[in-house]
Design a protein around this ligand. Structure first.
Ligand SMILES: [Zn+2]
Ligand SMILES: [Zn+2]
Length: 261
């Protein structure tokens, strides 16, 4: 069993903290974990968040220096290489979860090209400068814009992310559903296109259960409809907890795996 998505972001970049994730994975019977942090932890990526700052609440969220843009990529990589060199009970690899923003694609490409990562996960967390998954997103986005428009833009951005060829894995493909607000149009053609693009660009898709236990969404990861289309197209799937603390590592991975086989 693999848990392909977990974050160190609430703790320090120390060996002791990473080993808590390893230990938790071992206890839950996992064989492999992928550790990644959001690009908003790292000083090198601050410029790609510029557009978000046009809204005061987002600016405040980004200016929390205890959480955001506090470390250098080289320190994360050095730490993870040190951990990987240890004799561990589970396989450990590391990468990033990049907040993909099309305007900053070349900037992202340039930064990524300067470092080694075992994998790079791409995620859409904002729609044209507005985060969709925060408490304040209801007022900023969902109450203000047409739901069909939000979904259309979300999947257009996902397609651009895939076509950038910067990533090996797509984070939580249908997480735009997290507040259980749905469009009125049929998403099947979108899902078919998504499956084809993922295959064409040799990307894995996550069955990420973060929405299930962190946002109380009823789906154990992907929706039945999307999962069925991805399976039919033989898209490579990976189970992921989206743990933000050691105790959440491996959460619902067994259940998530049962759905993808
Ligand atoms: Zn994410
Ligand atoms: Zn994540």
């Amino acid at each position: 069993m693999i848990d392909g998505h977990m974050h160190l972001e609430n703790g320090p970049l120390t060996k002791e903290y990473v080993l808590e994730f390893v230990e938790s994975a071992h206890q839950k019977g996992l064989d492999e974990i992928q550790i990644l942090d959001h690009t908003h932890r790292f000083i090198e990526f601050e410029p790609i968040y510029e557009e978000l700052k046009q809204y005061e609440v987002q600016k405040t969220w980004l200016e929390n220096k205890k959480m955001k843009f506090k470390d250098h990529l080289s320190d994360f990589i050095e730490l993870m290489e040190e951990v990987k060199a240890m004799d561990l009970p589970v396989k450990v690899t590391y990468g990033l979860e990049v907040c993909y923003v099309p305007q900053h694609e070349e900037y992202i490409r340039n930064v990524l090209s300067q470092y080694h990562f075992d994998f790079v996960v791409g995620a859409i967390h904002s729609i044209d400068g507005i985060l969709y998954d925060m408490g304040f997103s209801k007022e900023l986005l969902w109450d203000k814009y047409d739901v069909n428009h939000i979904y259309k833009r979300y999947y257009e951005l996902v397609f651009q992310l895939i076509e950038s060829d910067l990533f090996t894995q797509l984070a939580h493909p249908d997480t735009i559903k997290l507040f259980e607000i749905y469009p009125t149009y049929d998403l099947k053609p979108t899902y078919e296109k998504l499956a084809q693009l993922l295959n064409k660009h040799q990307m894995k898709a996550e069955n990420n259960v973060g929405c299930y236990y962190r946002y109380n969404h009823p789906d154990m990861g992907l929706s039945d409809e999307l999962l069925e289309i991805l399976k039919k197209n033989h898209v490579e799937l990976i189970t992921a907890s989206d743990a933000h603390k050691p105790s959440d590592v491996g959460s619902y991975i067994k259940e998530a795996m049962q759905r993808i086989i």
